[in-house]
Ligand binder design. Sequence first.
Ligand code: SF4
Length: 313
Amino acid sequence: MAFAHELSWSVSRSGTFATCRRSYYHNYYLSWLGWSWDAPPQRKLAYKLKKLTRLPMWAGDCLHEALAAWFEEKAGGRERDAAWVEAHALKALRDGYKQSRDEAAAWEKRPAKNIRLAEHYYGEPSVDESNDNAKEYGTRYVERIREGTRAFFEAPELERVRAASPEDYLACEELGTIELNGTKVFAIPDFAFREGDDVWIYDWKTGSPREQDLFQLAMYCLYAEQKWGVDPSAVRCVDAYLPSGQYVEKTFTIADLDATLARATESMAAMRAVHFDADAGMGDPADFPQIPADSPEARECRTCHFRELCDRV
Ligand code: SF4
């Protein structure tokens, strides 16, 4: 069955929209249908670039997947230890890095099924193996995974997560949707479970805190209300910055959640104002301005996947 292009919403999509309209256009419009063999070259390129990742993101994905596998193993009656999670995550990290470096042709053919780091694609100095750069850069993320795994297994703040019984699990890294204002909203809570009358939602973080993180937690409360029929102001949320050992626990008042809903509604309305049917055409990129090259915000371009399309390589 063919997918139809539609406007949907997520916290990360709203973040892209707020940061750079052109990146938003490339991500959600120009790349649409770029997987088809007969797509126009610009669409194919946007789709490919959308599928790039970066080592910090890839390391985060590897740890998330290893933790999800730990929960799954536990649900299957197999208790795995920290060494198992670390080995699982590090193998994925190294396999992905090697594939990115050595198998560019495979990614060119099937970008959704292979790993390609933007650092390799754009030949960034951080992955230069003719000196110590690549080793130092890679070691940073190996350490991040090690520290994150240690925190997951040792932090007192995560005791209830480790002790949770599988029959109380509500979600573990599943992409879910709810509807707000007639718009489909995507969310992927990293781990949610019931503890007595309480619902806890955890987000694993491998980078530094961002303003958007609390917005995401509050959206999870609205998600929990629709998905599991719970009082959203009673949901207990935690942003767990695993490698740095910071744990931000939050509950949101009804007023907080009203403000969150208002912010999401405003973001949806702004997106709807520039929305067009990408099945019918590629639209006008001028409706989605680039970040001015001489503005301080242009620092975003340095790590953006779409530099090639913007002539900012
Ligand atoms: S290269 Fe810069 S202007 Fe172009 S999409 Fe990326 S962030 Fe936006």
